[in-house]
Design a protein around this ligand. Structure first.
Ligand SMILES: Cc1cc2nc3c(=O)[nH]c(=O)nc-3n(C[C@H](O)[C@H](O)[C@H](O)COP(=O)(O)OP(=O)(O)OC[C@H]3O[C@@H](n4cnc5c(N)ncnc54)[C@H](O)[C@@H]3O)c2cc1C
Length: 399
């Protein structure tokens, strides 16, 4: 087992950290307050090619590995969760899904444009009646000659109003259950497609989250991703990548809490000493640091498996669950360390606190992750399709 990063991984992490501190940190609080998706920041991210980090160079990406991608995602989220959402959606949920399931033609057409933000993607799985129960898709795809007509509604779709293309999951026959689902790449300019931003979110206020409405949207059969009937499998494989970026992002949020809290704890004095000298404050910081280190190892293990092309649904779920929970605990403690000042948006920990909650809601709630992990442990359903053995860390390295 090698705990060292390569020079390339270290360099991209440093580059991303400097970018985030220079370009995002000065405006993150204001964008959050104004509920503004910041196109200026997005354009700078596009120009750097960051969104193509794990996409092979032959499709316009940076051709870096998943460890580099995880570190990059962590660094963005250390400063701003809303900006990290762009990576989770564009890179993990959409580009990597087209990379895995697309035809050569689709890959050549969509990926180079997605890597530089000329195309922006969104991932349309959730519906009013299909959240955790994602197979219960009500959006219908009706064959019409060489096309499909898509009708239905999606809800809580990140980047839904800014996307040029949406991955839309729809069923050709509800009676077939998850085997009737197909995935389509839908041009959001198509007739019958509308998006409506959701207002009043608890967190992620500088990211776009929308409802999508499809009224007989005509989609040519060339825009099918994979085969009819493979849609559910495609949706779940996309989540293996999406959850990975959420886990890495969550550790970025924990790191942000540590950085802010340690700085404040050595400045703020009570009873004549910095609060960092009080043992109860130290305990909160120690918990944050320990969970940050543990969570980082978990997402990096998932990254290692992805690099090897090994199925990693279980390891990614474990990372997503642990890191999401760690982020919530860290944000809770960070606000506590700041006392009354943590309750105001004068300091970023208030934003981290609000942004943390979604980490155990989207891309499979924490309960759904626990279901996946427990069913695997109990032998009810193996998350990676087969028994990986216990403990999983040993199984990973082939012991
Ligand atoms: C800001 C934001 C952005 C999002 N972005 C996207 C996106 O880009 N694309 C997309 O498709 N979706 C997106 N989502 C949707 C998100 O994935 C769903 O909200 C999530 O999967 C939960 O579905 P639900 O809201 O319908 O809750 P429900 O499924 O109704 O769950 C409600 C509660 O019941 C629990 N529960 C449900 N079933 C079980 C069970 N079997 N066992 C135990 N507990 C259970 C859940 O854990 C939860 O606590 C986003 C959501 C948010 C808030």
């Amino acid at each position: 087992m090698d705990f060292e990063f390569t020079p390339e991984q270290t360099a991209i992490r440093k580059h991303m950290r400097e970018f985030a501190e220079r370009e995002i940190a000065p405006v993150a609080a204001k964008n959050d307050r104004d509920c503004k998706f910041d196109w200026d920041i997005a354009k700078k991210i596009f120009a750097e090619g960051f969104l193509g980090c794990p996409v092979p160079e032959k499709y316009g990406g940076l051709g870096l590995d998943y460890i580099a991608y995880g570190l990059m995602t962590e660094e963005v989220n250390r400063i701003c969760s809303s900006t990290r959402t762009l990576f989770s959606v564009q890179t993990s949920l959409v580009a990597l899904t087209i990379l895995k399931w697309g035809t050569e033609e689709q890959k050549k057409y969509y990926l180079p444009k997605m890597c530089v933000g000329e195309f922006i993607g969104c991932y349309g799985l959730t519906e009013p009646e299909a959240g955790s129960d994602a197979a219960n898709q009500q959006t219908m795809a009706v064959k019409d000659g060489n096309d499909y007509l898509l009708s239905g509604q999606k809800v809580w779709i990140s980047c839904g109003s800014i996307a040029t293309h949406a991955l839309v999951f729809a069923t050709v026959d509800k009676s077939l259950g998850h085997k009737g689902i197909a995935c389509f790449i839908v041009d959001t300019k198509s007739k019958g497609f509308t998006a409506r931003p959701i207002k009043g979110k608890l967190g992620l206020r500088a990211s776009d989250t929308s409802e999508l409405f499809l009224d007989e949207v005509r989609v040519p059969k060339e825009n099918l991703l994979g085969q009819v009937g493979e849609g559910f499998k495609i949706a779940m494989s996309a989540l293996d990548n999406g959850r990975f970026s959420v886990a890495a992002g969550a550790i970025g949020l924990v790191q942000g809490c540590i950085d802010e809290s340690t700085k404040y704890a050595m400045q703020r004095k009570t009873f004549g000493v910095p609060i960092g000298e009080h043992q109860q404050v130290q305990a909160m910081i120690a918990d944050m640091v320990a969970e940050c280190e543990a969570g980082r190892l978990l997402y990096l293990r998932a990254a290692h498996l992805k690099n090897k092309g090994v199925r990693n649904t279980l390891e990614t779920s474990i990372a997503k669950l642990f890191c999401g929970e760690a982020a919530n605990r860290a944000a809770h403690n960070a606000v506590q360390i700041f006392g009354g000042y943590g309750y105001s948006d004068e300091y970023p920990v208030e934003r981290y606190f609000r942004d943390a909650k979604v980490l155990n809601i989207y891309e499979g709630t924490r309960e759904i992750q626990r279901l996946i992990i427990a069913q695997d442990a109990l032998g009810i359903r193996y998350a990676n399709g087969q028994q990986t053995g216990r403990p999983t860390a040993l199984a990973t390295v082939g012991v």
